[in-house]
Write a protein that binds this ligand. Structure first.
Ligand code: APR
Length: 168
């Protein structure tokens, strides 16, 4: 049977609390932690996550790598690296779409059926929120995957409202 699109949900909350198969981290290319959701995930996962990430050799923008969740409620963490917004003519849209495609492929590689995403690149990396949420939803809806449920976990109301508006 051809893979169907995942069921989509939009929630307001802290992605580190998600009791699910995999949560996605908006990381940087070093995979050695940072602020924002990256910092929150590392704090919640504990020091074993950083120790494991040190063995991975980083991750190029637009790609994704999977690690265990360690002390997190989620079994896996999918680390993906979003593009830094530079005005929109440096391939940012395709790189952001690639983050969602690569993250779904990473989920498939470990058999994760339920995945939670933060709003990748819309914080420190300054990607415009409306454009980023449009790419998130359209890419997840059009990427063949065995993932059955995607939760967009929004840390603030403005982000949640944007996803809700996009999902109609
Ligand atoms: N749960 C869910 N979403 C969160 C959480 C959380 N605990 N903390 C922050 N966010 C949201 C932000 O509000 C924003 O909507 O995640 C989204 C992405 O913002 P950032 O975390 O700043 O990520 P990004 O814009 O992709 O920048 C990545 O920031 O933290 C560094 O190491 C990271 O260099 C990398 C860069």
């Amino acid at each position: 049977m051809a893979p169907t699109s995942p069921r989509l949900h939009v929630v307001l909350g802290d992605i580190t609390l998600e009791r699910t198969d995999a949560i996605v981290n908006a990381a940087n290319e070093t995979l050695l932690g940072g602020g924002g959701v990256d910092g929150a995930i590392h704090r919640a996962a504990g020091p074993e996550l950083l120790a494991h990430c040190r063995t991975l050799g980083g991750c190029p923008t637009g790609q994704a790598k999977v690690t265990p969740g360690f002390s997190l409620a989620a079994r896996w963490v999918i680390h993906t690296v979003g593009p830094i917004w530079q005005g929109g003519d440096r391939g940012e849209a395709e790189l952001l779409a690639s983050c969602y495609r690569s993250s779904l492929a990473a989920a498939d590689s470990v058999g994760a059926r339920r995945v939670a995403f933060p709003a990748i690149s819309t914080g420190v990396y300054r990607y415009p929120l409306a454009a980023a949420t449009d790419i998130a939803v359209s890419t997840v809806c059009t990427t063949p995957t065995s993932v059955t449920e995607v939760r967009f976990v929004c840390f603030d109301e403005a982000t949640r409202a944007q996803y809700v508006a996009r999902l109609g």
